[in-house]
Design a protein around this ligand. Structure first.
Ligand code: ADP
Ligand code: MG
Length: 476
């Protein structure tokens, strides 16, 4: 695929790298440095690519078009008890984390609050390359996952587009900035908060950001807070850790949620998506209390479950999408973005899938029901794990997914340790916002994008783990 790297004059690179670092810091694209596992209170620019990376324009437009349909799909799945129970029935036998989420989901459903659901989703895709008989290449988006809780990169995505626009200008390629799609995810997502907060109906009620102090990307969350203030300076946004909530949270008899005696309109989760977050049993009590309240949850536990890896596999089965979407064209377009999934249930299909994975592990990714990077299993580790599990129900905790192999292209990564030329592959995420109460959809829109790239040699790739860098799409 077309790459901008070849257009750079060699002598420009060092000064462009310096310029990129300064642009990142000036535009607030910073994160906390890590000292071992813990983030410190010193800061560094967010590692990024020097140049934007190529993404096919038609694929990009398709994903933007599909995002509201995916928002609605997740909403409808989360409302469908029968579908959820069938999807998770075997997972919860062997995966305690998913079981605990599922138990709270059931308790919450039983209390029937008819509250507003507020989702900030991010669907992630890689573009697989298919070559036809004449040698022509086609790049098809394949969905990696749908994030339904704590979808990050809201500020970083839009910020990087702006950095790259300036870098192209410095590199005397200003005319190429026309290939950079606009990216207003931060303000579009803040708009969702404002609408949800107004819907709650108490001008004194606060927005609560529940966060994990051990995450380095604090400014991505702070940016959302500041963008909400920009829209309405009267809204109060508080940030709390789960430790702080244990002592300060209360539920009134009519289901109102209070923190330090302030009524809560919205709880925004930047916490709670991984089992490691629940380091104390009391954290589960907090989660249950919040879920049983009338506060608007971003997201509800139903959305979190609908974004589990298992749901990807279930939604890829024949007729699953048709259960939720009437428009056959939309169904087909979404299905085309699905990779192949091979179920690992305790039946002959599951046995076959295990055999295939043991024979050709490099063709697959084995995924547990976990979020946040670093949990997937690849290559010989698949063989080790599946051999150890043997013919045991524990395999139901995982999904087996076809491995997507995008075509690498040249770029330069700018990191704390300098800059390196890499053969990169990219992952494009499209944001979506939905506000719905039962069947009544109040807002549902696509909210621009985020892109990350990594060297094609790495399997997993999170910004936090240092393997991936922030990037932005250059439409070709
Ligand atoms: P997480 O919740 O940890 O982000 P993902 O499903 O997004 O889980 O996987 C993490 C990373 O692993 C992705 O960002 C991508 O780089 C890689 N990955 C996941 N699934 C696939 C796949 N099917 N093919 C190729 N790479 C994948
Ligand atoms: Mg991911």
């Amino acid at each position: 695929m077309f790459s901008l790297c070849s257009k750079l004059e060699k002598q420009n690179i060092n000064s462009l790298v310096d310029c990129t670092r300064d642009l990142c810091v000036s535009k607030g694209l910073v994160m906390r440095k890590r000292d071992g596992q813990s983030p410190t209170k010193t800061y560094m620019f967010v590692p990024c690519s020097l140049l934007p990376s190529p993404i096919p324009k038609d694929g990009f437009q398709l994903l933007t078009f599909l995002q509201p349909h995916i928002n609605k799909l997740i909403h409808d799945v989360s409302q469908d008890d029968e579908f959820m129970s069938s999807a998770f029935k075997n997972v919860i036998k062997v995966d305690d984390f998913t079981k605990r989420l599922y138990d709270i989901y059931k308790a919450s459903k039983a209390s029937d609050k008819q509250r507003l659901d507020f989702g900030i989703l991010r669907s992630d895709y890689m573009f697989e390359c298919v070559v036809d008989k004449s040698g022509k290449e086609f790049f098809n988006p394949k969905q990696i996952e749908i994030n339904t809780i704590a979808s990050g990169g809201i500020k970083l995505g839009s910020g990087l587009s702006s950095v790259h626009s300036d870098v192209l200008q410095y590199a005397k390629m200003k005319e190429l900035t026309a290939h950079l799609p606009k990216n207003e995810s931060l303000s579009r997502i803040a708009h969702g908060f404002l609408t949800a907060w107004k819907d709650y109906g108490n001008p004194n009620a606060i927005i609560l950001i529940l966060y994990n102090e051990n995450k380095p990307n604090i400014f991505d969350q702070r940016a959302v807070e500041y963008a909400i203030y920009d829209l309405d300076e009267h809204i109060i946004v508080r940030r709390k850790t789960c430790w702080e909530l244990i002592a300060s949270i209360a539920l009134s008899p009519d289901g109102k949620l209070f923190v330090d005696d302030e009524e809560v309109a919205i709880v925004y989760f930047r916490f709670g998506f991984t089992a490691d977050d629940y380091i104390d049993e009391k954290f589960w009590d907090v989660r249950l209390k919040v879920e049983m309240s009338r506060a608007i949850l971003c997201p509800s536990i139903g959305y979190q479950l609908a974004g589990c890896k298992k749901m990807q596999e279930v939604l890829a089965k024949p007729d699953a999408l048709e259960r939720f979407i009437d428009d056959v064209d939309v169904v087909q377009k979404i299905r085309n973005t699905f990779a192949e999934f091979y179920e690992l249930e305790m039946n002959s299909d599951g046995d076959n899938a295990v055999r295939m994975a043991l024979t050709n592990p490099d063709l697959y990714v084995l995924k547990p029901q976990r979020e946040g990077g670093g949990n997937n299993i690849y290559g010989e580790d698949i063989v080790t794990l599946l051999s150890e599990i043997g013919n045991d129900e524990r395999r139901c905790a995982y999904i087996l997914m076809e491995k997507i192999c995008p075509k690498p292209f040249d770029n330069i990564f700018v990191t704390a340790s300098g800059h390196q030329k890499v053969q990169a592959i990219s992952e494009l995420g499209t944001f979506g916002v939905i506000l719905a109460r039962g069947n009544d959809v109040i807002e549902n829109y696509s909210a621009d994008h985020l892109m990350r790239s990594k060297s094609h040699e790495h399997n997993d790739g999170g910004i936090g783990s240092g393997l991936a860098v922030m990037d932005s799409p250059f439409l070709v």
